[in-house]
Unconditional design. Structure first.
Length: 84
């Protein structure tokens, strides 16, 4: 929770759905590409991995750290760094 200057507390959104969906979708698309089910090209996988699997998970990890969730921070930030 973030504290405002006037003493009230502002509740932040849970970043876990962003991190989990980034991990799940990126892993699914990479697996489909490796199994030759998805034949759209490697640029689709690379773009998804860089932006949704990488940047979105790094952001989710930073937001988990701000929320005080060490496990979520470590998991999302590590996977985000892997995809970057």
């Amino acid at each position: 929770m973030a504290s405002k200057g006037d003493g009230t507390v502002e509740k932040l959104a849970n970043p876990a759905p962003l991190g989990l969906s980034g991990f799940a979708l990126t892993t699914l698309v990479l697996s489909l590409f490796n199994a030759h089910i998805l034949t759209a090209g490697s640029d689709v996988v690379i773009g998804l991995a860089a932006f949704y699997g990488g940047l979105a998970q790094l952001l989710a990890g930073i937001l988990e750290w701000r929320a005080g969730n060490t496990f979520g921070y470590a998991a999302f930030f590590t996977y985000g760094a892997f995809w970057e």
